[in-house]
Design a protein around this ligand. Structure first.
Ligand code: FAD
Length: 352
């Protein structure tokens, strides 16, 4: 059986690794740039199951996906020697006014009713017992089991593990067409030249998934949502918890690096870090954690979240024979990577 994977981001690499580890001999990842070139290495790496879920269905799925990361990190370290930076550092979401605090209180109560660990902290003093560095606030919600990984390291580990498992990674190779034979997806065309036949084709092209020519029309569309990011260096490190507040989050990596984000912009694939974007992120970050004012501004970047049109899930069977989906994860692709890889492998093996 041959499986080809379009895209070498976290979805493509994690899916390829899972297929290889289930005994699929011929797995090929096709990446137009280098693996991890795009959203997957640009991400904050927040495993924000409890802060990101918008409804009970997402909450259960996100929590289950988060709980896979600890063992996955150990497995990847054993396979490759690379530490992907998994840390259960918790997320503190601060409320700047009574309305925000009331909304957080309702969210925490709803999660606790489902048996999920969460707490409300009253006043600045309560919030500072968990994270002494937070700025002015009325209180906070505390999600102790949320955490983080370091995305560039996760991608390096996945690529190394894929190579060791016998996955072929073809970097610098653009899929110029999905090839259909009748109603069935039969593989891909590369760089407008070569055709690569496959029993299963996995669409994992992130925010470019709808731009790959030939993707059949029943597959829902994905659009890019730009996010800008800022990396700071705080020496010595003071912040220990991920802090959310307003539209901003700050993620301490534990070694002094602090990643702050992010914007949500509908500007197509315009690859720009803007004055307004950086100003908004820094304004929010310094309000949430005032001591970051003295941190060094190291670098900025942006990339594109793959946002599905409508509230659809684009993971698993596509409805088209031979085509499996691993895309549309929007703000939570790092969180959902391992769970997606398992679902993709299930769908791919069931389809053959
Ligand atoms: C700024 C920012 C912050 C984020 N923070 C978080 C976070 O904290 N936590 C979290 O869980 N998620 C976060 N996300 C979301 C997460 O990064 C994405 O959901 C996830 O990385 C998507 O992975 P992917 O593999 O689908 O896409 P990508 O990583 O974009 O990979 C797609 C790959 O496909 C390749 N490709 C495209 N077209 C073709 C083609 N025709 N032929 C060959 N290759 C092709 C691209 O070059 C690319 O490498 C963030 C995203 C952004 C942008």
């Amino acid at each position: 059986m041959r499986a080809v994977v379009i895209g070498g981001g976290v979805m493509g690499c994690a899916s390829a690794l899972e297929l290889a580890s289930r005994g699929v001999r011929d797995v090929v990842v096709l990446e137009r740039s280098v693996p991890g070139a795009e959203a997957s290495s640009a991400a904050g790496g927040i495993l924000g199951a409890q802060v990101e879920a918008r409804n009970p269905r997402e909450l259960d799925a996100f929590v289950a996906a988060r709980e896979m990361h600890e063992a996955w990190a150990s497995e990847l370290r054993e396979l490759t020697g690379i530490d992907v930076g998994f840390r259960r550092c918790g997320i503190l979401t601060i409320a700047r006014n009574d309305e925000e605090l009331a909304a957080l209180g309702r969210e925490v109560a709803a999660q606790r009713e489902r048996g999920i660990e969460a707490a409300t902290l009253t006043g600045e003093r309560g919030a500072r017992e968990i994270e002494p560095e937070v700025g002015a606030c009325r209180g906070a919600a505390w999600f102790a089991r949320d955490g983080q990984v370091d995305p560039p390291r996760l991608l390096r580990a996945l690529v190394a593990a894929c190579a060791d498992a016998g996955v072929t990674i073809r970097a610098g190779t653009t899929v110029s067409r999905v090839v259909m034979r009748g109603e069935r997806c039969a593989g891909v065309e590369l760089d407008g030249q070569e055709e690569l036949e496959a029993d299963v084709t996995v669409l994992a092209a992130g925010s470019w998934s709808s731009l790959v020519p030939g993707v059949p029309s029943p597959v829902p569309r994905v659009r890019p949502v730009r996010g800008q990011m800022v990396e700071l260096d705080q020496r010595p490190p003071r912040l220990r918890r991920i802090v959310f507040g307003g539209h901003t989050y700050v993620v301490p990596r534990g070694d002094g690096r602090v990643v702050a984000g992010s914007t949500m912009e509908e500007v197509g694939h315009r690859r720009e870090v803007t004055a307004g974007g950086v100003s908004d992120i820094l304004g929010g970050a310094l309000a949430n954690v005032p001591s970051l004012r003295a941190a060094e501004l190291v670098r900025t970047w942006c990339n594109f979240r793959p946002c599905p049109e409508g509230d659809v899930e684009l993971v698993g069977p596509s409805g088209v024979a031979g085509l499996v989906l691993a895309t549309g994860h929007h703000r939570n692709g790092i969180l959902l990577a391992r769970a997606t890889a398992l679902a993709v492998a299930d769908a791919a093996l069931a389809a053959t």
